[in-house]
Design a protein around this ligand. Structure first.
Ligand code: AMP
Length: 448
């Protein structure tokens, strides 16, 4: 399969050749012809699968076919993303793909000055890439107009819902012409996303590159049981032993990530923290240092790390397990990309047993447990432990228990290494809490 056979225009083919893309990825093969034909699309694809081009190329081609009205142009395509970094990344990719077309791609997001964005919008825009909150600000000031939108893309829709963006998305949808094409991409398709999608899409075609909630089968997963108070020492030990590998360490809170990065520095391990309390400039700088290999260790919260394009990361460490099992899949999506080997280590305290249980249920497999000498926990790690207080009554396992996500999950994943410990097997049975789902934004306390 080649890009030519997908029906892309010579200008786009030239840009793809410039970017050294020779073969379309599976999501591109499936999505591009359907999107070019004008269908609405529900795309199931994780970060790293090439989904930006899967929606970006047909979008640019369709826009370039029509002559825009004269005078300052109103945006004809809108791409909504959950985070600033992803907005920047998508904007950059679209500019690269559209470099031989005369289309203006503008990116707007929170945490940056309003006025330069207002000026850009006034100069005329064809493709607007935006985070929802900042777009609402512009709509209220009248600096952005959405009445000429022909194509809407919701990128990482599951995450936008998790971040409490549903009210903002509904407000934005109310400003869009009903007659339009809508493309929605999500790594996971739980029932509430489908329900939302069906509210504002027309007879969408569904494309899927891996089963929902699947992780690459080139990733080795391992759990190290350890007391919460010893996690930091264990992390330092692991990072000191594996001193050549680039790694993202995931922590739960902004404050926790800051402290962790400081403590790693004290132990002689150069680490950068990236989370929502950092300024946009700091986040960009940290990311650039990491991407260019100048920093080896990035300590991140979930939201800050979402959607970042970091190729060939060999190792991801969960200093804390995520409160939501699907986030484990997203974190692990940073490693084992494009067939490369990857490794995911989780430092799990006895209090996190229930979170581990949820992850194993989502993955439909046990994860190998390996207690490291000198770090034996003071009590066993039991999977029938109650949910930690922070997630009880919020999540209650509702999403993972909901049936849809689990039913769609595929055992695509190898459980490597030693078989899961007896504790993992013998306590895997009890029922999960059923919290009845989570209100949008319920995880704000852990937002990056
Ligand atoms: P995405 O999932 O859109 O974030 O893309 C992940 C990475 O794959 C990015 O670095 C893209 O530039 C790259 N990429 C996307 N499509 C292709 C392709 N067909 N060939 C080579 N690289 C690609």
């Amino acid at each position: 399969m080649s890009f030519e056979t997908l029906g892309l225009s010579p200008a786009l083919l030239r840009a793809l050749a410039d970017s050294q893309y020779t073969v379309p990825t599976p999501i591109q093969v499936q999505a591009i012809p359907l999107a070019l034909a004008g269908h609405d699309l529900l795309g199931g694809a994780q970060t790293g699968t090439g989904k930006t081009a899967a929606f970006g190329l047909p979008l640019l081609q369709r826009l370039s076919k029509q002559t825009p009205p004269s005078g300052p142009r109103k945006p004809r395509a809108l791409i909504l993303t959950p985070t600033r970094e992803l907005a920047l990344q998508v904007g950059d990719s679209l500019r690269a793909y559209g470099k031989h077309l005369r289309l203006n791609v503008t990116t707007i997001f929170g945490g940056a000055g309003m006025q330069p964005q207002v000026d850009n919008l006034r100069r005329g825009v064809d493709v607007l890439v935006a985070t929802p909150g900042r777009l609402i600000d512009h709509l209220e000031r009248g600096s952005a107009k959405l009445d000429a939108i022909e194509i809407l893309v919701l990128d990482e829709a599951d995450r936008m819902l998790d971040m409490g963006f549903l009210p903002a998305i509904k407000r934005i949808l109310a400003r869009l012409p009903r007659e339009r094409q809508t493309l929605l991409f999500s790594a996971t398709f739980e029932p509430r996303i489908k329900a939302l999608a069906l509210e504002f899409m027309r007879d969408p075609q569904q494309v899927q590159v891996t089963a929902s909630n699947a992780v690459a089968d080139t990733v080795v997963h391992r759990v190290h049981p350890v007391d919460a108070t010893r996690k930091r020492d264990l992390l330092v030990d692991i990072l000191s032993q594996r001193h050549t590998e680039q790694v993202i360490v995931f922590g739960k809170t902004k404050h926790g990530c800051n402290r962790l990065a400081e403590q790693l520095e004290k132990a002689g391990l150069k680490a950068l923290a990236i989370h929502g309390n950092k300024s946009q400039a700091q986040r960009q700088k940290a990311l650039l240092q990491f991407k260019t290999g100048k920093a080896r260790i990035l300590v991140a919260t979930d939201v800050a790390a979402r959607g970042l394009d970091i190729p060939n990361l060999p190792l991801v460490i969960n200093h804390d397990l995520p409160m939501v099992a699907e986030d484990y899949v997203h974190r692990i999506g940073r490693t084992g990309r494009a067939g490369a080997q990857g490794e995911a280590l989780s430092l799990v305290s006895p209090e996190e047993g229930a979170l581990l249980r949820q992850i194993q249920r989502l993955l439909k497999t046990d994860i190998a447990m390996e207690t490291l000498s000198g770090y034996e926990p003071s009590r066993p790690l039991r999977l029938d432990a109650p949910m930690p207080a922070q997630s009880r009554g919020q999540k209650g396992g509702g999403r993972n228990n909901g049936g849809g996500a689990r039913a769609a999950a595929k055992p695509a994943h190898r459980a490597h290494g030693k078989p899961a410990s007896r504790a993992a097997h013998s306590h895997a049975g009890p029922k999960q809490h059923r919290g009845g789902g989570k209100p949008a934004g319920a995880r704000r306390d852990t937002r990056a």
